[in-house]
Write a protein that binds this ligand. Structure first.
Ligand code: OAD
Length: 243
């Protein structure tokens, strides 16, 4: 696509870029986005109804089946051109902070380090009652149990109505306050507090660029909307810095 010259200038001049990604950044890797309809076995469920502590308490075995299915799907997926371009971009700008709402680990597999995982990680487990991360889960059990207290283990992700991990929230808030360019990539910008980061950056005089094939509530608040797939637009931005 034709990227406006002023957006490219903002990128070239940026001192600190913050990139916030959502599930659209992994769509081209074959990982379904949250607000896409599910297909196959899971078509009868809405992912938003499965990602709550209430749903877990009601039927922990169902929720574990869904998360195991997602783990398998992500394990077979590969990072796409957008993930790789973001990892490379970190080498081309003075500073880049990557915040992701994704729990799939694809940014790290593409070579990004120090990724701020705002909504946790799909491949970890926590004790449902104590909240602590455990490393000795029995992966064969229908609902794995905590070896310390005997209670249920849950996937180490953030569910609706739950707080963002404190260190992630602090790091994301500090980076957003410091950045001069904010990229909002592949997110519907409807889930808070992540959805508020772009506005916080803008209030602090950062240039905000959205990358998304669709219009979102963030679009009207962005200086530039690059309408298209992140796997195509991010490599273009990277090429511009390489030229
Ligand atoms: P959504 O499913 O809400 O939004 C995905 C966005 O990606 C949409 O705006 C799509 O238009 C866009 N999109 C699709 N394909 C794309 C592509 N190839 N390139 C760029 N963008 C593309 O997913 P999120 O915004 O990530 O939270 O959802 C936010 C949070 O809601 C998730 O982290 C999850 C969910 O509930 C929790 O589970 C706490």
């Amino acid at each position: 696509m034709r990227i406006p010259a002023a957006a490219l200038d903002a990128l070239r001049q940026a001192r600190h870029v913050v990139a916030l990604t959502g599930s659209g950044a992994s769509a081209e890797s074959g990982v379904p986005t949250f607000r896409d309809a599910q297909t196959g076995l899971w078509a009868q469920y809405n992912p938003l109804d499965l990602a709550t502590p209430e749903a877990f308490l009601e039927d922990p075995a169902l929720i574990w089946r869904w998360y195991r299915w997602r783990r398998e799907l992500v394990a077979q997926a590969k990072p796409n051109a957008g993930h790789f371009a973001l990892a490379a971009l970190a080498e081309r700008v003075p500073r880049l902070t990557l915040i992701t709402q994704n729990v799939d680990g694809l940014h790290q597999r593409a070579g990004s380090d120090k990724v701020i995982e705002f909504h946790g990680n799909l491949f970890t487990e926590r004790c449902f009652s104590e909240g602590i991360v455990v490393t000795d889960a029995d992966h064969e059990a229908e609902v794995p149990k905590c070896s310390a207290c005997g209670g249920m283990l849950r996937p180490g992700v953030v569910w609706f109505g739950e707080a963002i991990p404190e260190t992630a929230l602090e790091a994301a808030t500090a980076a957003t306050a410091d950045c001069d360019l904010f990229l909002s990539i592949g997110t519907s910008s409807v889930v808070w507090p992540a959805a508020g980061l772009a506005a916080a950056a803008r209030a602090n005089n950062a240039v905000v660029i959205e990358i998304n094939p669709d219009v979102t509530p963030q679009s009207g608040q962005s200086h530039f909307c690059l309408q298209g797939k992140s796997g195509e637009i991010l490599p273009e931005l990277l090429d511009y810095l390489t030229l």
